[in-house]
Design a protein around this ligand. Sequence first.
Ligand SMILES: [Zn+2]
Length: 269
Amino acid sequence: MPEGDTVWNTARVLHRALAGARLTGSDFRVPQLATTDLTGWTVRESTSRGKHLLLRLAAPDDAHWTLHSHLRMDGVWRAYAPGERWSGRPAHLIRVVLRSPGAVAVGYHLHELALVPTAEEDRLAGHLGPDLLGPDWDAAEAVRRLTAHPEQTIGEALLDQRNLAGVGNLYKCEVLFLRGVSPWTPVGAVPDLPGMAALAQRLLAANRGRWTQSTTGSLHRGQTSYVYGRRAQPCRRCGTAIRKQELGERVTYWCPVCQPEHPSDLPPG
Ligand SMILES: [Zn+2]
């Protein structure tokens, strides 16, 4: 699942493949960019902000532009050597191909694909809260934004990218387990929000540079999470069956014993 660390890794892959290169061709397969041709444009850098990917380019007239994309649940960028077989996904999912002398970058099932002046990047990513993996991570500002809506459940607040950028469903579930907080707890009743934000930042940072996401320290299959994806399996701490239930738009996983504030009238997950 693409969370902040996955997007950060993807940005690095694209940066290694394309930064400094002059594009020899482009092929956009989305209506809004169907007539766009980036041939002759130079890739300045690839970076991420929260879950948004920002590929910064210089046009032949040296104007600076940003190709924005979002992976949501299913998007992926791959970089291939010239002539290498594209093995990422079925061809009908390709949304853009960028060719350079040294690499071909292929974006599959990308969302919110847009080309905007770099000076206007904030139109697409400016609403985001502090980026957990950004150079400007600001824990105090993240806490300030979280506490602005004290009645919201912490499970929903952690996913709201306007509060802090980069947490997806996996890290949400895992952070709440590790802090012993029920996902249904109102933000205003959560003890030590700064500690929770700091833990989220550490977990994402620990998974930078690899594609396996682990919050337990183990990279073995089936042992990489405490609660996420473990419905009905025993809690690694207390042995109670992990529960799963809808919370807002996403399912959430939790241990009813280790995260005790869960309302008692909810049916067992
Ligand atoms: Zn437990």
